[in-house]
Design a protein around this ligand. Structure first.
Ligand code: MN
Length: 742
């Protein structure tokens, strides 16, 4: 056993040092008496966490101090939040109660801590509880936004200090972070925190790619800095000559955003041109902001030619999260596109610190998109019907997307997420307008309900009193508001139909001499694989179950004991988990003969030995092995964390695994032949299928092959890249079955 020696005296000094750094960080917001409050909170936290340590071995108190420091320094929050951040874990982890907090710090602090305690991890239960937990967190938005801001600071610090956590925890925290926390930070305008959260998640979920891009970025650092210096030199001079005070500098893009670009355009790192953006931050007087930003724009575009399609004016119409800036892309001196962002100091503070900074300047901004957004969240949460998982899906979609601006016939401006349809617009105007919508005129032309709106469209809605919401509308609306309204109206409809079904069923059972009681109804529902008795009534009313089926039921010997579906699920998951743990290791070894565990490789990502993988317990198909960078992984891990098992490959030479390669190149008559020769003759690899598309001299092929492991695959890719005419070879995850977990 390793002996750990702890120098308590040195630790005490370190704690005080960190505490003083926190005070310095919060100095700008401190008012009379605030320092005493913070000291009191610090003493209380120190005392109650005194015997606790973090996974790294450090004193626990480092964590609340760091969270408070992030809240003050990186989000710009004030004393109340600092106090709450210092105390955010005490109610959950120590003997202190909410009553103690309220007695010492008053109602407001107690309310926020209560919110923070409620939304802390209920991770080991089941999916709906997990989603419910997220929902609770969002509910606090309506109550006091500071709860979420402190929660984000807490998550950021945990992500920064995650290296000592076990691997499955790292994966779980990372996937939750990209799934919900980063989009939330984005929506609240905390761009710096959002980028860091995404980068940290990627570091754990896709370590190899992360390191690869990081190394590549470093290699070219000196060259890039020289380029930036040369690029901004003439701009700086002209700004000075025109007496505009500004900071001009280059800012690297995050690793995650570079990776996104590579995936989206399927290009290698070398072809990503915007590895950085140029920022011009003007020090303007309040009434000069807009005109000075445009002056700077004019200076930049006098020097470099702008791309006419890439001008974004978020000063005239700020984003819903409060973001204001002028973006343009210009042609640099070496024939390379460069993005330039122009904004004032005030705008920049809002862009970096988001919500809190926004509040400080509230008087200055006339129209606050953020206020409207929070209002919308409140509305969505008020809808008590919606299923927690569905709600989360809808909500998340609205977190991610950018906005478009649409005009009403009278010229009023309506903000919608991009990809919104004419029907979304109708629901945005009023839910009755949406429910009775039969078509729309966009820029005076008649379009269908599903028409996707473009920025700047003017829309007029056509309604009919005979119209009612239809099931297929759900396939194309994107706003959470429209979805919720359509669902609740369909549900109401279904409820009415079910009423009739209930009467019919009662009569039918009577004729079969089956007693009509809740026990039998539940057995029947289970027999027909329906979730609720209401579904049973509905199916009877719609004629989907008739007398004949009921007789079969009666005759069937499988009079199964009624058991709710989710209970069966939970039991199956538990027993599978037990059988893995019984093998005195909680890691599933793939390919191990001794372990008679039922597992299969997931079809959505086709893992092969060497890939980073995890096991996911499904209800009917045993354990599925996914790659940690599978398109489905994030959702599985964040919503069904209790079903995740650690998995590792064992040595296995003979087996072959199916994987897909995408090959692009210059079309050439002999190309396919050359490729198949390399694959099957040179490498002895079996090909399962080839699909080839060729268009205007460009060749694009997808080839499914059987390989042994990642090493084998890498060699094959390297060799294929050497074939003349081939420009790129990449592995792909087959696009099918990206969807719900089963
Ligand atoms: Mn914490």
């Amino acid at each position: 056993m390793k002996e750990i020696v702890i120098d308590l005296e040195a630790e005490k000094n370190e704690i005080l040092k960190r505490y003083r750094a926190l005070l310095r960080a919060s100095k700008s917001t401190l008012q009379k008496g605030d320092k005493r409050m913070i000291r009191k909170a610090f003493d209380m936290a120190l005392e109650s966490h005194k015997d606790m340590r973090r996974k790294s071995g450090e004193p626990y108190i480092y964590h609340p101090i760091a969270v408070a420091q992030i809240a003050a320094e990186e989000i710009g929050l004030g004393t109340t939040s600092i106090v709450c951040a210092l105390l955010h874990d005490v109610v959950e982890d120590t003997d202190l109660t909410l009553e103690d907090i309220e007695r010492e710090f008053g109602k407001k602090v107690a309310r926020i801590i209560d919110g923070l305690t409620k939304i802390s991890g209920v991770f080991d239960t089941n999916s709906s509880l997990q989603a419910e937990n997220f929902r609770k967190m969002l509910l606090t938005l309506a109550d006091d936004v500071r709860v979420i801001l402190i929660k984000l600071a807490d998550r950021l610090h945990n992500m920064r200090t995650m290296e000592f956590m076990p691997r499955d925890k790292q994966l779980k925290l990372s996937s939750e972070t990209v799934y919900l926390y980063a989009p939330l930070a984005h929506r609240l305008g905390l761009y710096a925190i959002k980028s860091e959260l995404e980068d940290l998640s990627m570091k754990y979920m896709e370590s190899e790619t992360y390191q690869f891009i990081k190394v590549k970025l470093n290699e070219k650092k000196a060259e890039r800095e020289r380029f930036i210096r040369d690029f901004i030199e003439p701009i700086k001079k002209t700004l000075e000559a025109q007496e505009l005070h500004a900071d001009v500098f280059g800012r690297p893009k995050s690793i995650h955003s570079i990776w996104n670009k590579m995936k989206k355009k399927s290009i290698p790192f070398e072809e990503v041109y915007d590895l950085f953006a140029i920022r011009i931050i003007l020090d303007s007087a309040p009434d000069q902001e807009k005109s000075e930003c445009w002056k700077a724009y004019s200076i930049v575009t006098d020097q470099y030619r702008p791309n006419p399609d890439r001008l974004r004016d978020w000063i005239s119409s700020p984003k819903a999260n409060g973001y204001e800036s002028l973006h343009t892309t210009v042609m640099g001196p070496r024939g390379q596109w460069v993005e330039v962002q122009i904004r004032t100091k005030r705008m920049n503070e809002i862009a970096e610190k988001g919500f809190a900074a926004h509040w400080k300047y509230k008087e200055a901004s006339t129209d606050s998109g953020l206020d409207q957004w929070i209002q919308k969240v409140r509305e969505m949460l008020r809808n008590p019907d919606s299923n927690a998982l569905d709600f989360l899906d809808d909500f998340k979609m609205n977190l991610f997307s950018d906005e478009i601006f649409i005009f009403t016939p009278k010229g009023a401006l309506i903000q919608l997420p991009s990809n919104a349809t004419a029907l979304d617009f109708a629901f945005e105007i009023h839910s009755d307008v949406g429910a009775s919508c039969i078509g729309a005129k966009v820029n005076h032309k008649l379009v269908p309900l599903s028409y996707k709106l473009q920025n700047g469209d003017q829309v007029e809605i056509i309604t009919s009193s005979k119209q009612t919401p239809k099931e297929d509308w759900l396939n194309f609306v994107v706003t959470a508001k429209a979805k919720a309204k359509i669902k609740s109206s369909l549900k109401e409809e279904k409820r009415k139909v079910a009423e009739d079904g209930k009467e019919i069923l009662e009569r039918k059972l009577k004729s079969l001499k089956i007693t009509y009681n809740s026990d039998n109804l539940q057995k029947l529902s289970y027999y027909f694989k329906l979730q609720t008795t209401q579904d049973l009534f509905y199916n009877v009313a719609r004629g989907l179950i008739d007398l004949k089926d009921l007789r079969e039921y009666q005759a069937s010997e499988k009079l199964i004991e009624a058991k709710p579906q989710d209970k069966i699920e939970a039991e199956q998951v538990q027993s599978l988990l037990k059988s893995i743990k019984a093998k005195d290791s909680d890691i599933l070894l793939i390919g191990e003969d001794l372990q008679k565990i039922d597992y299969t490789l997931a079809a959505c990502c086709n893992p092969i030995p060497g890939d980073d993988v995890f096991g996911f317990i499904t209800v009917n198909e045993g354990i599925k092995i996914h790659r940690t960078n599978c398109p489905n992984a994030t959702k599985l891990m964040s919503n069904y964390g209790y079903r995740i098992v650690k998995a590792r490959w064992t040595n296995q030479q003979e087996l072959a695994f199916l994987t897909g390669l995408r090959i692009t190149g210059i079309d050439d008559v002999g190309l396919i032949n050359k490729l198949t020769t390399v694959i099957s003759t040179d490498f002895g690899v079996n090909i399962r299928s080839i699909t080839v598309d060729s268009d205007n001299g460009i060749f694009e092929g997808s080839i499914m092959v059987y390989v042994n492991d990642t090493q084998h695959l890498d060699n094959l890719i390297k060799r294929l890249k050497m074939v003349r005419g081939v420009t790129a070879v990449t592995r792909f995850d087959s696009p099918q079955s990206i969807g719900r977990a089963s």
